[in-house]
Design a protein around this ligand. Sequence first.
Ligand code: ADP
Ligand code: MG
Length: 261
Amino acid sequence: MSDTSELQRARVLAITSGKGGVGKTFLAANLAAALAKRGRRVLVLDADLGLANLDVVLNLFPKVTLHDVFTGKVQLEDAILHAPGGFSVLLAGSGLVEYSRLTPEVREQLLRIIETLAPRFDHILLDTGAGISDVVLYAVSLADDVLVLATPEPTSMTDAYATIKVLATQQQRRVIQLVVNQVGRIGEGRTIRGQLQLVVDKFVVPMLAEGSASPVIELIGEVPLDPGVREAVQQRRLLVELQPGSAPAQAIHAIAAKIAP
Ligand SMILES: Nc1ncnc2c1ncn2[C@@H]1O[C@H](COP(=O)(O)OP(=O)(O)O)[C@@H](O)[C@H]1O
Ligand SMILES: [Mg+2]
């Protein structure tokens, strides 16, 4: 007998980066809208617990946040909001500083929330913080797939490499999805994927157990540097709605098509 439970469970995708400010929250929100447009049920969880700002990008003023769920003040259901763009969100708000550390409580709550909601959605996107802090790594460990966002800047690439190294060695990730944001020209993402793969092959592969598969970096999209992105963020609108025909909006639709063919 075939088991359909797998089919009914959301695929959890963690969106992470080495360096901060590279566009994770922007991508999470717009990718969620693009997936929703393809008919998928999407939830974005603001997993950047200490520095949450998904509410700002979406122009939402949550009365109820993950904080209230964590403390048991409200039921999980009551913290799920509808975002413009046709998807659901769980916002962290700005009061979660005490949860920026990975306590047993944070672990349990995040795991419980994802397990509870997975049967109700097709995709759960985790908008994580940058870097390799234990909260970020824990959130990523709950995901089926991990998407590392990098920009062509050398500092972003160095930090992306550091993140990929930890994901490969500590979480035994063998596929890392890569999106290169803020590219100057299409094709730059390919070059960056190649450069990252080279350093991974040279320095990470020798650290892995003998006979274990090599990590593969899969380029799933490149998003151009475009003034429209800043405009959309400043207006607190989704780029895919404000400038649907723009190059970065199209690039995000292309990523959605890869994730949800
Ligand atoms: N493709 C892009 N083109 C132009 N500006 C961008 C692009 N992507 C991101 N930005 C700028 O970077 C800012 C930070 O993005 P954000 O999503 O908040 O980063 P993170 O969540 O990684 O910290 C955005 O508000 C926007 O102004
Ligand atoms: Mg962010």
